[in-house]
Design a protein around this ligand. Structure first.
Ligand code: OGA
Ligand code: MN
Length: 302
């Protein structure tokens, strides 16, 4: 366990009050990630809670909140404290009441899937890396879980970058990579319609990005969506990407989350990528996600 103190001072009629707030966190047993203990997410968190969560989120990259019982309105209200929320291009999978909430699910209603990503394996990806100003965070809450399977794994892309040989870092820094939602959909999802395709064409982003809060660099590529390093010979690009995909998913950089009812995970989408294990299609799984945008001046290519 570690105690996390958050100090605040208030000036009232010339008198200064100091207040000390405290959150308790527990390691998730990997090199990053923390469980925030005794914390209920609500749609109207206090200013102190927002500040504390912001710091913990940047420090640990992945926050777990257990035993939560909040609804979609609270999920949206809480998430909005950390930035504007992206409305996902897959409008067929949005919550009917709250378009900021994306359903990730294999459940069918009236012959239609209500959510994205169904029940098979989902490859490593950064959420929406294919957009011009990609999200810096996502919050995913478990609504309905299968008895087993469907673990979500995360990789620490700051640590992966920092551990690379210096010569490789020098070779990569300043390069752009092509990010393709189309490639991801072909491998792990279903095709987009023409309107959605027009909203998510391939895009080039720096292969190494600077984190908007910590200033640390992180590898910004993922096996599911990164197709080539721009301007490199095709063979060299493919060889480097295979090496990097292998490197970033080494066990020392990875945490695997086995979901429990009431879990909510908030991840840093500027320096972690994630994937999901398959699960038995005979069981229902429904997860609800919000996607948090950065302030424009701190978005990629910063
Ligand atoms: C997501 C995602 C994986 C999962 O919501 O962005 O990749 O565990 N979900 O369903
Ligand atoms: Mn995702």
């Amino acid at each position: 366990l570690s105690w996390y103190f958050h100090q605040m001072s208030v000036q009232l009629e010339g008198i200064r009050f100091e207040a000390l707030f405290m959150n308790c966190t527990r390691s998730l047993g990997a090199s990053f990630g923390a469980e925030v203990l005794d914390f209920q997410l609500t749609g109207t968190p206090s200013g102190n809670d927002i500040a504390a969560i912001r710091e913990l989120w940047a420090e640990h990259k992945l926050l777990l909140f257990r035993d939560q019982s909040f609804d979609e309105a609270a999920l949206v209200g809480f998430s909005r404290q950390f930035g504007d929320l992206e409305i996902h291009v897959r409008e067929e999978y949005l919550s009917p009441e709250h378009p900021e909430v994306l359903y990730v699910s294999n459940i069918e209603r009236d012959g239609q899937r209500i959510g994205i990503l169904s029940d098979s394996e989902v490859g490593w990806h950064y959420d929406q890396i294919y957009l011009p100003k990609p999200a810096v965070g996502s919050l995913l809450m478990a609504d309905t879980l299968p008895p087993e399977g469907g673990n979500t794994e995360f990789a620490d892309m700051c640590a992966a970058w920092e551990a690379l040989p210096e010569a490789t870092r020098e070779k990569l820094d300043g390069c752009l990579a092509n990010q393709s939602y189309e490639a991801f959909n072909q491998a792990y999802s279903v095709p987009t319609n023409n309107k959605q395709k027009a909203r998510s064409p391939d895009i080039h982003h720096p292969i190494v990005r600077t984190h908007p809060v910590t200033g640390r660099k992180a590898l910004y590529l993922c096996p599911g969506m990164t197709t080539e390093i721009v301007g490199w010979h095709a063979d060299e690009s493919a060889e480097m990407l295979v090496f990097l995909f292998d490197w970033t998913t080494k066990p020392e950089f990875v945490y695997s989350h086995a979901w429990q009812p009431g879990d909510a995970l908030m991840w840093d989408n500027a320096c972690t990528m994630h994937r999901r294990d398959p699960f038995d299609p005979h069981h229902d799984r429904l997860m609800k996600r919000t996607t948090i945008l950065p302030p424009a001046e701190l978005a990629v290519p910063y």
